[in-house]
Design a protein around this ligand. Structure first.
Ligand code: ATP
Length: 592
């Protein structure tokens, strides 16, 4: 029942629709009380021979007319009530999506996709059902139940009504208990559904890897275990569910037994006519629906309340990174980073310590170092995905923490380590951040990213559908499409997080050359494992275990003992060895 209080903001706002529906339900309840009364009149009239055949037909006609009116009124209240509940679904989903889009990576580390999806679909459906059917059953059961009780006690006999109502308190207690149990069990069942959803989502998105590793049976077994767990938890809900109806039927049966027993005795005593007893039993029949509705209402409202709790817990989570107040000043600006200490929320150990650099507009910064050194973390802090423990990053002299997030991020174009493509055309994927881009602009960006020729070779060129997550394309093509997407944004700061790892050396050289021309007064920050990608950088930071261990221009670092020189030599040797088979292959036909 807590749910009605929780949703009171919505009921208050949509009071017209709800009031209209409730008024119609009351009218219907009143109209439904008339036929049993008329049946009593007909029975007594026929028994006492005071009613002619024509009179009987007339009363039957009245009853038919009431049935038609009730039919029409039922249609109208359904439109009013369910229309309001579907509108609630739209609003809840909008709020939920807005909340998810405000969250930062840290939130998505804590919550899994399947769970978030389950809340947006299954849980919202439950709340909406409670806001529609729940309200209907509450009003219907109260109005109809009270109306029938009033008529029975005032028009027929209050003593008989009291007798028939004796089993009701026991039923009410039982239903309350079932409701509480249902709430708890349903919460667990929904959580199990979230886990199952998660497993499904994970299995489907990694299906290629599962097949490549021959893990189908293992995944199937894991899925079956989750499905079994969800099934068992739903079964526990069903067991409670199954107790509602029998309890109601036993109560109604007992009430009928008491009414017929007591009523017959009153007929024999002469304090009740047979017609009145018939009407009373028919009224008692009318009580079946309100009582079932009441039980059902408890059932769906408890489910809705558990589901609403799950949605609310997400809506209540404040983003881990607070939005700043200041506008980012217009024009190119210097970035000054002074990260004294940063650790991820899940870890105690600092991931970065004493990382600092200054980037003038149009400068290029390179980041390199062994895997896990902290390169992506620096880029992540630049995008303000997390807050720094000690230190700050400033743009135009203003700390990022004080700047409006949207304003800051609109200055950045980012290409991540793992490119993400939507299942849409190549052109739409490139134009993702600039939906109104012309074909010419799209092609220009694709040329800069050295992917234009590849696109032309696709079946429908720029209009080719790339499939889910870009399955149609190679890793290198996906990376270059993502670079083209970033370049089209025309942002003043370009961040490339190991974004050239899947392209060959020559293409990498070409893209970097294009970038230099494109970004003459744009700032570029590039993290790479292949050091050839950093040769043009104004400054390179060599990172190890979250610290900057070397820094300087490529020419300086390549001549200085240390990780950079060793790695550069190793990579050059590797590249030379790679070229040998190619040269040999080229020479073979000449020798033959
Ligand atoms: P690579 O070259 O492999 O991409 P990197 O230099 O970019 O590595 P980061 O991704 O910045 O390294 O990771 C630095 C350290 O932080 C690693 O030890 C990593 O395990 C840890 N780390 C990264 N992301 C998280 C996270 N979300 N939560 C906790 N620790 C993290």
């Amino acid at each position: 029942m807590r749910l009605f209080a929780q949703l009171s903001w919505y009921f208050t706002r949509e009071w017209r629709r709800y009031l209209g529906a409730v008024a119609l339900l009351i009218l219907i309840a009143i109209l439904q009380l008339v036929p049993p009364k008329l049946v009593g009149v007909i029975v007594d009239g026929v028994m006492q021979q005071t009613l002619s055949g024509r009179g009987v037909l007339m009363w039957i006609g009245v009853m038919l007319a009431i049935a038609v009116v009730v039919y029409m009124l039922r249609y109208v209240w359904r439109v009013l009530l369910f229309g309001a509940s579907y509108q609630l679904a739209v609003e809840l989903r909008e709020d939920y999506y807005r909340q998810l889009s405000r969250q930062h990576p840290e939130f998505y580390l804590r919550h899994r996709t399947g769970d978030l999806m389950a809340r947006a679909t299954n849980d919202v459906d439950r709340v909406v059902f409670a806001a529609g059917e729940g309200v209907l059953t509450l009003v219907d059961s109260l109005v109809m139940g009270c109306a029938v009780l009033i008529v029975m006690s005032t028009q027929i006999s209050w003593e008989l009504t009291l007798l028939a109502l004796l089993p009701m308190p026991i039923m009410a207690l039982a239903i309350k208990r079932y409701g509480d149990q249902l709430h708890q069990r349903f919460k667990l069942a929904q959580a199990a559904f979230s886990t199952l959803n998660d497993r499904t989502q994970e299995s489907l998105s990694s299906i290629r890897m599962i097949k490549a590793f021959g893990l189908e049976d293992r995944q199937s077994a894991l899925f079956a275990a989750e499905a079994k767990d969800a099934g068992e938890k739903n079964m526990r809900v069903a067991r409670i569910d199954a107790r509602f109806d029998p309890t109601i039927y036993i109560t109604i049966g007992t009430a009928n037994l008491l009414a017929i027993g007591g009523g017959s005795w009153m007929v024999i005593q002469g304090s009740l006519t047979l017609g009145q007893l018939t009407s009373f039993v028919m009224y008692l029949g009318l009580m079946i629906w309100p009582m079932l509705a009441l039980a059902w209402m408890f059932n769906i409202v408890e489910r809705g309340s558990a589901a609403y709790g799950r949605i609310r817990s997400m809506l209540a989570e404040a983003p881990s990174v607070a939005d700043g107040e200041q506008q980012a000043p217009a024009g190119r600006g210097t970035i000054e980073a002074n990260i004294q200490r940063f650790h991820y929320p899940q870890t105690e150990r600092p991931t970065l310590e004493n990382v600092s650099f200054t980037l003038k507009p149009g400068a290029m910064l390179g980041l390199c170092g062994p895997t896990g050194a902290g390169k992506s973390t620096v880029l992540s802090l630049l995008q303000r995905h997390f807050d720094i423990d000690q230190g700050e990053i400033c743009f135009h002299g203003i700390p990022l923490a004080q700047m409006q997030l949207d304003a800051w991020r609109s200055r950045l174009a980012v290409v991540n380590q793992t490119p993400f493509l939507f299942s849409d055309t190549v052109a739409s994927n490139i134009a993702l951040g600039k939906p109104g881009a012309t074909q010419q602009e799209i092609e220009q960006a694709a040329r800069l990213a050295s992917v234009h020729d590849d696109i032309l070779r696709l079946p429908q060129g720029y209009e080719t559908q790339v499939g889910e997550r870009g399955v149609m394309l190679s890793g290198g093509q996906k990376q270059r499409l993502s670079i083209a997407r970033a370049l089209l944004l025309d942002a003043e700061i370009l961040i490339l997080d190991d974004a050239l790892s899947a392209v060959d050396g020559r293409t990498e050289h070409q893209i970097l050359h294009n970038l230099r021309q494109w970004g003459e007064n744009r700032t570029v920050i590039i993290s790479a494992h292949r050091l050839s990608a950093l040769t043009e950088a104004d400054e390179i930071l060599v990172m190890q275990h979250g610290h900057v261990v070397q820094r300087g221009h490529h020419d300086v670092l390549a001549g200085m003992p240390g990780w950079y020189r060793d790695m550069y030599r190793y990579q050059q040797l590797e590249a030379a060895l790679d070229d040998v088979p190619a040269i040999a292959a080229d020479e073979e036909p000449a020798n033959a």
